[in-house]
Design a protein around this ligand. Structure first.
Ligand SMILES: *[C@@H]1O[C@H](CO)[C@@H](O)[C@H](O)[C@H]1NC(C)=O
Length: 140
């Protein structure tokens, strides 16, 4: 009888351990940073929002950045949408969506930089430290 109780206690502990690991794996801290690398002395204005969180308008002089963090996972689905404005341009980009980004990055660092296609959001490649994963803006 005593040993049966012992087995039950061990199984309960294993279950709790499993649940702890599962919950941790299902919720990850995400860090978003946006740097102004437009060049040409241009100021970038960025405004990011989720359904229940407004990061507020950020005015970025050349080479300045801002950042924010949040927890994301199956218990807290999070999508952040940002507008980007600079002299002569206004665009939207979904800077973080669980559906496309959850497995892509925990350190989701972006630079808005002028590429051969004009200004674009480019994500940091953690393997080589370059902002080279460039994406198209949202369609209008
Ligand atoms: C990131 O950098 C590594 C090393 O240079 C490279 O092999 C890889 O293709 C890059 N990933 C992307 C998505 O560009």
């Amino acid at each position: 009888m005593g040993s049966l109780f012992g087995i039950r206690a061990v199984m309960l502990m294993l279950l709790l351990l499993f649940l702890t690991i599962a919950c941790d794996a299902a919720s990850r801290k995400k860090h978003v940073r946006v740097t102004n690398e437009l060049g040409g002395g241009l100021t970038l204005k960025v405004h990011c929002k989720s359904a229940d969180n407004d990061i507020g308008l950020q005015v970025l002089p050349p080479n300045a950045f801002f950042e924010f963090s949040f927890s994301s996972g199956i218990f807290a689905i999070t999508d952040f949408y940002c507008s980007f404005q600079w002299p002569g341009g206004f665009k939207w980009y979904d800077i973080y969506e669980d559906g496309k980004d959850y497995l892509e990055c925990d350190k989701c660092w972006w630079a808005v930089r002028t590429t051969e296609y004009g200004p674009q959001p480019c994500r940091l490649n953690l393997s080589n430290g370059k902002y080279e994963i460039c994406k198209p803006w949202n369609p209008k």
